[in-house]
Design a binder for this molecule. Structure first.
Ligand SMILES: CC(C)=CCC/C(C)=C/CC/C(C)=C/CC/C(C)=C/COP(=O)(O)OP(=O)(O)O
Ligand SMILES: O=P(O)(O)OC[C@@H](O)CO
Ligand SMILES: [Mg+2]
Length: 233
């Protein structure tokens, strides 16, 4: 089976709760050469701020995905190529593994399965909002992370395994171990990528690097450098 993310090297994650740097537009960010835009964040996400960002990106020629942090903010919008739904494998509460998903299905009934894919998150920065919210056990070694990645691929059939260090650059050895553990699944890495070298270092091991805060803090040139590195690695 081929999936869109098989061909991706770089994803730009835009947080609807954060501003863009002065003079930067969503159109500029869509034109950085990134393979896809993912719209999402942990805190402060509403239907209103989600749809504003999705609308702003929809008019540009780039793959566009929503990454909802809870069922209430999922938008039905034809401009979206799909929905990337997190499930946090190392969450402290089952709510973030399967319960939120069960509630979503219970309330919505028949979902748009063709356009819906889960991302098997392994959350590793204990300081990140996402770690706090999901009460993730971040005290994991490279062997634990590799084993989670194997479970995600072989036991749960996950198309995407996501090593998440949101806010800080992760441990290369951990990402390498996850890379070696995954074969069929596409490995996403996100967290702290801020320039060519940091993007390159993680893109050696991950199939796709995800760049988030840099877009909100630095702008176009910085993001372009990370796209170049992801494509070079
Ligand atoms: C079932 C549905 C539709 C949704 C549930 C989805 C789940 C399980 C979400 C839990 C994990 C989560 C909140 C993911 C959101 C994406 C993410 C990790 C964003 C990064 O957020 P941070 O960087 O930690 O937070 P900020 O928003 O503060 O930047
Ligand atoms: O914001 P940063 O640290 O780049 O992290 C990207 C992404 O993995 C967050 O979900
Ligand atoms: Mg963030």
């Amino acid at each position: 089976m081929t999936t869109p993310w098989d061909d991706w090297n770089h994803v730009l994650k835009l947080d609807p709760d954060k501003e863009l740097p002065e003079g930067v537009t969503y159109g500029d960010l869509c034109a950085t050469g990134t393979d896809a835009i993912e719209v999402g964040g942990t805190m402060g996400i509403t239907e209103e701020n989600m749809s504003a960002v999705i609308e702003a990106c929809a008019e540009h020629d780039v793959a566009l995905y929503q990454e909802p942090s809870n069922p209430e903010v999922v938008l039905e919008d034809d401009a979206l190529d799909g929905y990337l739904i997190p499930t946090v494998f190392n969450a402290g509460s089952p709510f973030w593994i399967t319960e939120a998903h069960k509630e979503w299905v219970r309330l919505e009934g028949d979902l748009d399965w063709e356009r819906t894919t889960t991302e098997a998150y392994i959350v590793l920065n204990p300081e990140a909002d996402v770690a706090e919210l999901t009460e993730a056990n971040c005290d994991l070694g490279a062997d634990d992370v590799a084993a989670y990645a194997t479970v995600a691929e072989h036991m749960f059939g996950q198309e995407i395994v996501y090593v998440e260090y949101s806010g800080t650059l992760g441990d290369e050895g951990v990402v390498q171990a996850a890379g070696e553990a995954t074969d069929q699944s596409t490995l996403f890495y996100g967290g702290g990528i801020h320039d060519y070298d940091s993007a390159y270092s993680m893109a050696q091991y991950a199939d796709v690097v995800v760049v988030g805060d840099l877009a909100h803090e630095e702008g176009i040139e910085a993001v372009r450098e990370t796209v170049e590195a992801a494509n070079d690695a």
